[in-house]
Design a protein around this ligand. Structure first.
Ligand SMILES: Cc1cc2nc3c(=O)[nH]c(=O)nc-3n(C[C@H](O)[C@H](O)[C@H](O)COP(=O)(O)O)c2cc1C
Length: 319
């Protein structure tokens, strides 16, 4: 009641004020109309909407900083074969990995500076002799050597120690031939249709084509699969962080180990053969073929292209 009187009082005051100033009459009547209340209501709603939006954006920023984007989903590394874990399967859930791993003292090998220089030079010279050899003999290779080089590859570092690799060693002649059939069929299409003129032209100097005799002759084919995810004891998917980089590093170590053992290979990436080879070798769906390495001794008449490697000053920047 008192509020009404006050409002009326203010209104009367405004009326008297307006009567004294005829120019303001029109303003008074405009203000007094119902539209002014509608106008004020609209302004209030608009202010409310703007404030809510601003708060929402702030909240979003806060959430982002509290839960940073998952670092293992590196946009640059995504490829068509990647299998991101579905939210409900992995996501933010605890992965079930052992939390309490003992930390033990570590002492690395220590050499004199002269010895270090000698060892690094010798290792470089050994690896500098590595070549991709596409002509491999069928001379048998001891299985123990293959076991050892794969053991060595298994020493590779891996994202969060997930060891996301499977090395499939094929020695069965029938399976090797089946692999050859699959690879040659796909590679012929690759060369003729998929790769395009530039790629085929770039390969001319290497004299490669879709005929892969080494897939029959090499005593071993090692097919390296990246496990795009693993399985937890409860059957749920386990994230394999940076699985492609991890497996690629393991492959590099494997190449070095083969070279150290006096064996040859050619790093091959048979385009579009992965799914068929995975099925042929009965590998599970979480495994994707990364590389195929035929392993053996070079044929007596083997040749390699006379390629030159970039000198140190072209590949190293010291800051
Ligand atoms: C990722 C990758 C994929 C390759 N794919 C093939 C391939 O499919 N077929 C092939 O004959 N060589 C392949 N190579 C071998 C390269 O042609 C070879 O490494 C390059 O010509 C250098 O020769 P080098 O290995 O004798 O130093 C590949 C190498 C890499 C690193």
């Amino acid at each position: 009641m008192s509020t009404t009187i006050k409002i009326r009082g203010e209104k009367s005051f405004a009326l008297v004020w307006s009567l004294k100033r005829p120019w303001s009459f029109s303003i008074y009547f405009a203000l007094d109309s119902i539209y002014v209340y509608v106008f004020i209501a609209i302004i209030c709603v608009l202010i409310g909407v703007i404030m809510k939006k601003t708060n929402g954006e702030k909240e979003k920023c806060d959430t982002k900083s509290k839960h940073p984007s998952r670092p293992w989903v590196d946009e640059d590394l995504k490829d068509s074969t990647d299998h991101p874990l579905e939210e409900e399967e992995g996501g933010e859930e605890w992965q079930g990995l052992e939390e309490n791993v003992a930390h033990v003292p570590f002492t690395g090998e220590r050499y004199s500076e002269a010895e270090m220089i000698k060892r690094s030079q010798t290792f470089y010279e050994l690896l500098n002799k590595r070549r991709s050899v596409r002509f491999l003999s069928d001379e048998p290779v001891p299985r123990e050597v293959i076991d050892n080089v794969i053991r060595t590859a298994g020493t590779s570092p891996s994202g969060a120690h997930t060891e996301p690799w499977t090395f499939v060693v094929v020695q069965d002649p029938y399976l090797k031939h089946k692999i050859r059939e699959i690879v040659e069929e796909e590679e012929e299409i690759n060369y003729k249709k998929r790769m395009g003129d530039r790629w085929v032209n770039d390969l001319k100097r290497l004299r490669t084509n879709w005929i892969k005799e080494y897939l029959d002759t090499a005593p071993y084919l090692i097919l390296i699969f990246k496990q795009v995810y693993g399985r937890l004891p409860n059957g749920k998917k386990k994230t394999h962080y940076y699985n492609e980089i991890s497996v690629s590093i393991a492959c590099g170590i494997l190449l070095a180990a083969l070279q150290n053992a006096g064996l040859c290979t050619v790093t091959s990436t048979p385009l579009n053969c992965g799914p068929q080879l995975r099925v042929l070798l009965q590998r599970p769906a979480n495994e994707k073929l990364l590389l195929l390495l035929p392993v053996g001794y070079p044929k007596e008449d083997a040749t390699v292209p006379a390629l030159r490697r970039k000198p140190l000053e072209d590949i190293m920047v010291v800051i």
